[in-house]
Design a protein around this ligand. Structure first.
Ligand code: AGP
Length: 611
């Protein structure tokens, strides 16, 4: 939710900031702005994409070796020029960019209005910079101290960068609940919501912690916490390559990421599975082996696609490790009074590692004494840093807002966790584990094969691109795949879609079926095959149009479905990894045919750092 970039050094700041904003546009894209210091502060901002801002700023003075920029996902105030960041203090000395929400902004605004402050936007952010100005005016404090005092007064989440024309050799950055990374160069520093705008300039980064404030000059960095204690930062080395952030010849990041899945699944398994001896090794959680042997219950918390992966994990963990699993929407879990004990293991799944609700659910479970594992993709993000242990998915940066390779990597990690726990608890035989791991090892090749259906899927997409609704049905672990298929279609093509357990159709959704309604079935030759065939017949009897994902060589479903897409034969445990592929492709092609913005669908942002 909102991307922020800052630069202080010896180079021109504008190109660095703009390039960084393009990299962070996945976080929000309804308006953008920059501020540069060249003697005084210049602010350029505009509703629309970063490219609209670039167009707007053509021909103006863009000089300055200190700068910052923002790409917005609106929370307070509609997307508009005036609500775009940066925002300035009343006297124009101070300028701020902000990611997050100041929850008590209304109360603060009222007090400031009474003192005569005039606001030019509807945002909570502008209130914060006026508060800093007000504190300076009332107390005579210097900027560093005034920012610290102001941050002690606000409730909510923030990552901010502030610049001042009084002290044009300084940027002040702070975080609480929203990510912020500082890139450390020679005589220059970079600030960003994630490391992607930084990686081409330096590999050395500091992940700012919650409640820390960084005072940054060209040759000096001081980090203090909000209570004014000096902190010793740890410099991490980035393991990120520039080409991972480019489209690499594909029309969209989403398509590139769909095609990366054979590689991302392989990377996710590398060094973790030993098929010949039937062993799974997960270094990130190995200290918790005893806990896993005795665990009574596992609770999975996540949002969106990650929640769907959690549902697949539930099937696998219960099937192989025989531990009861509950899968919870993080946003619901955190506001209930859930029964959690020290015996519980909570697994938090998040691609970004920054989702606000998932983080809050973790904090709640931690307070109640549970052990928390994280399954995250972004290395160094907040969730891996607040969990006790975890397993990274290693899918590489996912830039398309619609999650694809992160989902299959999450499912792969959960498969490994299920086998790992089963191995520790002795609920799986060695020979079965050898058999399963041998097959799992083949999955990247089978995903490659499943991608071979692309052209055929594109032809099917052509037939259904004008549909207004769509149903996705599956049983067992194909039910979460159906949910994920429906979510993909909704989010990128704006077609209303629902995922259901196939058997539930008769309890309501069947009323929707007519000759206009496409129904996508996951109908592979596994335990519920015959039952799914009956459900397909029920749809056909009501003239629905059936698109079925089937095991290669299937003839029964082929005889009754309108269209089939084959996926390679595999063990039932791994069907989600293959059946997801044609569903991703169908949504992608429909969205392209409808002229939708595939990588940046309307109203969405990649990481939801507000609740
Ligand atoms: C998936 O396509 C979505 N963009 C969204 O549902 C996403 O999975 C959800 O916001 C959770 O994000 P996270 O995995 O980064 O926590």
């Amino acid at each position: 939710m909102c991307g922020i970039v800052g630069y202080i050094g010896y180079r021109d700041a504008y190109p660095i900031v703009i390039k960084g904003l393009h990299r962070l546009e996945y976080r929000g894209y309804d308006s953008a702005g920059v501020a540069l210091i060249d003697k005084d502060i210049k602010v350029y901002k505009k509703a629309g994409k970063v490219s609209d801002l670039e167009e707007f700023a053509k021909g103006v003075n863009l000089h300055g070796t200190i700068g910052m920029g923002h790409t917005r996902w609106a929370t307070h105030g509609a997307p508009s020029d005036r609500n775009s960041h940066p925002h300035s203090s009343g006297d124009r000395r101070l300028t701020i960019i902000h990611n997050g929400i100041i929850e008590n902004y209304a109360v603060i605004k009222e007090t400031l209005l009474a003192k005569g402050h005039i606001f030019l936007s509807d945002t909570d952010t502008e209130v914060l910079i006026h508060l800093v100005e007000d504190i300076q005016k009332e107390t005579g404090l210097d900027l560093r101290e005034a920012v610290r005092v102001a941050l002690n007064k606000v409730v909510g989440a923030y990552a901010i960068v502030i610049m001042s024309s009084d002290d044009p050799d300084q940027l002040i950055a702070a975080r609480k609940g929203s990510p912020l990374v500082i890139g450390v160069g020679e005589g220059e520093y970079f600030i960003a919501s994630d490391a992607t705008p930084i990686v081409e300039y330096t590999k050395n980064v500091i992940y700012l912690n919650d409640n820390e404030i960084a005072y940054i000059r060209r040759n000096d960095l001081l980090i203090k916490n909000i209570d004014n204690t000096v902190q010793t930062p740890y410099i991490h080395e980035l393991d990120l390559k520039l080409e991972m952030l480019e489209k690499g010849g594909y029309d969209h990041f989403m398509l590139k990421e769909i095609y990366e899945q054979p590689r991302s699944i392989r990377d996710c398994m590398r060094g973790r599975i030993y098929p010949k001896i039937g062993k799974v090794q997960l270094g990130g959680i190995k200290e918790y082996t005893e806990k896993l042997k005795n665990v009574d219950r596992i609770i999975i918390v996540a949002c969106g696609t990650s929640w769907h992966a959690g549902l697949v994990g539930e099937y696998l963990i219960e099937e192989y490790a025989r531990v009861p699993v509950e899968v919870e929407y993080a946003s619901e879990f955190r506001y209930r009074n859930p029964i959690i004990t020290e015996k519980d293991l909570v697994i938090a799944i998040s691609q970004s590692g920054e989702t606000a609700d998932t983080m809050a659910a973790i904090e709640l479970a931690k307070e109640k004494g549970a052990t928390i594992f994280g399954v995250c993709n972004v290395v160094g993000a907040s969730i891996p840093r607040i969990t006790h242990a975890g397993v990274y998915t290693h899918a590489g940066p996912e830039i398309g807002v619609a999650s694809t390779k992160a989902f299959t990597a999450q499912v792969t990690v959960l498969t490994l966790i299920a086998f790992y726990i089963a191995q520790q608890r002795g609920t799986i035989t060695q020979s079965k584990l050898i058999e399963l791991l041998t097959e799992l090892n083949e999955i990247p090749e089978l995903v490659e094969k499943a991608l071979g259906s692309n052209e055929h899927v594109q032809q099917i997409a052509e037939k259904f691109k004008d549909s207004r609704n769509c149903l996705f049905l599956g049983r067992g672990s194909s039910f979460p795949v159906a949910l994920e298929g429906a979510l993909k279609l909704k989010e990128i093509s704006y077609i209303h879609a629902e995922g259901y357990p196939a058997a539930e159709m008769k309890h309501g959704p069947i009323a929707l079926i007519d000759e206009e309604m496409p129904v996508v079935f996951i109908a592979t030759k596994h335990s519920s095959y015959e039952k799914v065939i009956s459900n397909i017949q029920e749809v056909k009897a009501r003239k629905g149009k059936v698109i079925a994902i089937v095991t290669e060589g299937d003839t029964d479903v082929k005889a009754m479905a309108d269209y089939v897409v084959e996926i390679p034969q595999t063990d039932e445990a791994f069907v989600p990894l293959l059946a997801t592929i044609p569903l991703q492709l169908i949504s992608y092609h429909i969205a392209v045919m409808r002229g939708c913005n595939v990588d940046q669908p309307r109203n969405l942002a990649k990481s939801v750092t507000v609740e």
